[in-house]
Design a protein around this ligand. Sequence first.
Ligand code: HEM
Ligand SMILES: [Cu+2]
Length: 624
Amino acid sequence: MASVSVPGETVRGGLLRRPRSTAGFWSWVTTVDHKRIGILYGATAFFFFLVGGVEALFIRLQLAQPDGKILSPSTYNEFFTMHGLTMIFLVVMPLSAAFFNYLIPLMIGARDVAFPRLNAFSCWLFLFAGLFIYSSFALGGAPNGGWFGYAPLSTVEPGNNMLFYSTGLLMAGIASTVSAVNLAVTIINMRAPGMTMFRMPVFIWMALVVQFLLAFSLPIITVGLFESLFDRRFGTHFFDPAAGGDPVLWQHLFWLFGHPEVYILILPAMGIVSEILPVFARKPLFGYQFVVFSGIAIGFIGFGVWAHHMFATGLGPVANTAFGISTMIIAIPTGVKIFNWLGTIWRGDLRFTTPMLFALGFIAQFVVGGLSGVTHAVVPADYQQTDTYYIVAHFHYVLFAGAIFGLFGGMYYWWPKIFGRMLNERVGKVQFWIMAVGANLTFGPMHILGLEGMPRRIQTYTPALGLGVWNLVVTIGAFTIAVSVLIFIGNAVASFRRPKDAPADPWDARTLEWTVPSPPPPHNFDEIPVVHALDDFWHRKYAETEEGTLVPVPAGGSGDPRSDDAHGSGHGIHLPSPSYYPVIAALGFPLIGYGVIFHWWMAVAGAVVVLAGLYGWAFEPAAE
Ligand code: HEM
Ligand SMILES: [Cu+2]
């Protein structure tokens, strides 16, 4: 096959020529740059955060008073299901992926991830999966069987609602699995010289644990989703007791994934907090290796606790006791982290910047969520708590007051690096306090409502139950959170109006990403750095006397990223080229999804698009 390259023309095999534009719409559609892909993940996830937030506000308006009439029972089922699905699969997971994509190469001293086009593919497939699931609102009805989609409700309830659930999550699962392999290979194989495993920042360690959790847990739910899809589409009986199937099998498959999933949601925020605290305490992380190993321990034990979600399904005293104990055990490595964070700030030279406030807020509120989690491990107590608002309170303390607070801390910490502009610190602090008040006003009283017997997922309740007052407080809290999110949007928009004046190292930080300009050039590093220690950048900036006093090391000398001539144009550095094919291949999947639900010919058409994308991807010229 001839291989000529004629500018602007298709080249061999009728393939599309690689796009050249580095600015504008098409440059974003065809980008394979990890930084841009990180920003795409972040922007999409933030959009879905707003959508999931609005759904929560409608839920809270409906429950603000007894006998609410804002949402009909069937719409209510769709709203809480979509709220849960959105916040978990379309917000916290991709927001973490945004940080992973943007920061991993920069923090390990690499120019990009191992498989840049695969990276673009997983990003587009995640977006298309999200849009596919949301298109269900216009195509007969959104998933309405709860975010954990228990059978047989999810397999026998009429309508396509839960078919969008299973096909949509299958797509999102492929995107996450592909990304997990890509990022794990990047961390293991692409570290700069001298960046040994125990010189990696904790954020990178937590990212690595998360990729393994994804790689080992997603296949389990994938099997369950296919079985659920087959029961609906092909009349199989995996979860049909009348034909020898077992609905509890779904629960096992779901929670074998679902519990590791909660660590997939929280470990990134724990990694972010472990980066922020040392910088604003001006002390190294206390017990670095303990923090790393406790993260790994959480990853392992996290696969051995799943049935604590099923104490009330009748597994029997032996199983319940075993899972009660394993759940209590997982509190130990979690506690180790908390004490190491406290050890880091203890007697530190603290600066209460906005990122630091969010990190401290994370610790305080995550402890509240963690403690209620321990109460669930006590089996008889859980009989009272399960399926009530006490549980809703628990997972919002760990997921909203925990994970989301950690992620906001990360946004305020790395915003100058990513966009070259600072966010307003004063506005940031106002946002933090309003969000903290809102979160505790929303999720605090839910503990009381739950212990007073309010079940979750009820569309309304009678005045006789006396639940009106606390429900009104919760709703006011939810709108307080909404105000704080609007303040953040205002702060972000205002920052984009400012010139790109952020310095390379605005916080006097410790890790490699702060050695390059803000924002970093496409090639990241002119020269791949050589690393000599944990917190290598810090040790280039400061020496320590015997008494432990920090002595600044003057900038300059070879390899010092602070010297003026440290950053060139990157001319001659090979970078992966943009490509059309990842987005084309990803586009075929929603088509296949619609085909499975509506008309098989669409599935065939979708498969053709995927194959065409993969063909182009395989045979397009490496680079011009
Ligand atoms: C922005 C503030 C938020 C508010 C006001 C809020 C409110 C609520 C409420 C009231 C429910 C209970 C619905 C019911 O049982 O009838 C709920 C359910 C849920 N929320 Fe949130 N939430 C928020 C953020 C989040 C976040 C950040 C996450 C996860 C990362 C999340 C995950 C969930 C899940 C998984 C459910 C269960 C849905 C189900 O039962 O299927 N929420 N939320
Ligand atoms: Cu669990």
